[in-house]
Ligand binder design. Sequence first.
Ligand SMILES: C[S@@+](CC[C@H](N)C(=O)[O-])C[C@H]1O[C@@H](n2cnc3c(N)ncnc32)[C@H](O)[C@@H]1O
Length: 205
Amino acid sequence: MARSKTSKAWLSEHVHDHYVHQAQKDGYRSRAAYKLLEINEKDKLIRPGTVLADLGSAPGSWSQVAAQIVGDKGKVFALDILPMDPLPGVDFIQGDFREQEVLDEFVRLLGGRALDLVISDMAPNISGMSAIDQARSFHLTELALEFARDHLKPGGHFLVKVFQGSEFQDYLKAMRELFVEVVSRKPKASRDRSNEIYLLGKSRR
Ligand SMILES: C[S@@+](CC[C@H](N)C(=O)[O-])C[C@H]1O[C@@H](n2cnc3c(N)ncnc32)[C@H](O)[C@@H]1O
């Protein structure tokens, strides 16, 4: 069957993408690894001993990066609606973060531990209808912020992928209420044409 123009363009971009090749070489499950590595290089969010939650973790490259850095004294708790192959040092549950039952199960997994860091790369399946996609995406970022509010230690950090849209300013305001400082990051591995941006809340009040 003939491929559509957009899927051809995507395939061609993917095949020629430097980060895709690099991820294959370095053994990461996706090119997204380099976004977290670049942000972490600058902001030193993940350190040996860090206990963190990775929301929207599949296929698992952020969890790979995190588990390698936190080592034996740290811990990575990961969640995704899709399955994820096991990784050493990572406790994973599969489920929809929007469902209370899934959230409860994830909280049980934390075993009462407050977190040093929450990272969320969650993004909904794109329907192609931008208003719907934007609303779904903001719902996930709001839930991630709520989770950070409930489970981060004072002084903990929160990294979240957001798509710039009409709710962006309100979201930024809510983050500023919870964190001492909020900065934005657009790592090189984030494609220019994507309107995704990462917000980093530093030091939970
Ligand atoms: C960009 S990918 C994450 C890539 C990941 N950071 C990595 O490095 O491998 C976004 C993920 O968000 C997940 N996601 C979307 N909606 C979700 C939901 N409602 N609950 C849990 N995960 C969700 C998707 O299944 C997808 O795996």
